[in-house]
Design a protein around this ligand. Structure first.
Ligand code: KIV
Length: 298
């Protein structure tokens, strides 16, 4: 079993790789800023993924193709500054590793300098050159196969992958290639559970599933999905289990604030700084209320 977050040692990429076959599932949750990272760390997750899903769930874009390496550095920095013992994985965004080898390594290094202990990239055999170059710079790489949202136009939409025999075999070949290249683990997104099971039983590194069934070596979900934050009208995918409905609860809290302000019941006297009697007297002497900076008291 994993240790509680407060007492545990820093999780590293080799430590995640070593979990293969241990029966102790790898737990990964996304986070994008300090409050979300603190919560994921306190809950005891092994890995915090600063995903390019920041595009959809934080920045309001329709797809992940809009985020840049600068955006990812910004969010990896915010997460890392909380000092988690969980492994921070920075997601390489679209076009940050489809470029020259030198630029690919520089982009991965920017995430490491922002605080990531590993990077993630999407794709299989097609991306081996990038994987090898990043590993050669001593940066651990987490693979990502199946529904790879950065290929959304090439895939023709957000669809379950590997449903046909050829596609399932191709995914397995990609997984083997990523593991042989040295990826410490890989995400399997939106693939049938039988395919995820076949890959999990084939590769010597942990598979971390999202919409890939229960046979993976670990599971990942997006922070906002776990907590029930979603735009009105958004259809919740079947693989998401929401453990709270915070979008609804947050809206109720903010509505209450608006109504308290309008009713004059916020702020109360207890929520207000008051002057000392001496200051009030002095201001009264000069007949000047509300000028200058009053002394702060409880
Ligand atoms: O960006 C992300 O959040 C991801 C997960 C869905 C695995 O890639």
């Amino acid at each position: 079993m994993s240790e509680p977050a407060a007492s545990r040692r820093r999780v590293t990429a080799p430590a995640v790789a070593a979990r293969k076959g241990s029966g102790d599932p790898v737990v990964m949750v996304t986070a994008y800023d300090a409050p979300s990272a603190r919560l994921v760390e306190a809950a005891g997750a092994d890995v915090i993924l600063v995903g390019d899903s920041v595009a959809n769930v934080v920045l309001g874009y329709a797809d992940t193709l809009q985020v840049t390496i600068d955006d990812m550095v910004h969010h990896v920095g915010a997460v890392s500054r909380t000092g988690p013992s969980a492994l921070v994985v920075g997601d390489l965004p679209w076009l940050s590793y489809h470029v020259s080898t030198a630029d690919t390594v520089q982009n991965a290094a920017r995430l490491v300098r922002a605080g990531a202990g590993a990077v993630k990239l999407e794709g299989g055999r097609k991306r081996l050159k990038a994987v090898r170059a990043i590993l050669d710079a001593e940066i651990p790489v987490l693979g990502h196969l199946g529904l790879t949202p950065q290929s959304i136009h090439a895939l023709g939409g957000f669809k379950v992958q590997g449903k046909e025999l050829d596609a399932a075999q191709a995914l397995t070949d990609d997984a083997v290639a990523l593991a042989e290249a040295g990826c410490f683990a890989m995400v399997l997104e939106c693939v049938p559970d039988a395919v995820a099971r076949m890959i999990t039983e084939t590769v010597p590194v942990p598979t971390i599933g999202i919409g890939a069934g229960r046979h993976c070596d670990g599971q990942v979900l997006v922070w906002h999905d776990i907590l029930g934050f979603e735009a009105p009208g958004h259809r919740r995918p079947k693989f998401v289990r929401a453990y709270a409905e915070l979008e609804r609860d947050a809206a109720t809290a903010i509505e209450q604030f608006c109504s308290d302000v309008r009713a004059g019941s916020f702020p109360s006297s207890a929520e207000t700084y008051h002057m000392t009697d001496r200051m009030a007297e002095a201001l009264g002497l000069y007949g000047a209320t509300g000028v200058g900076e009053p002394e702060l008291t409880q």
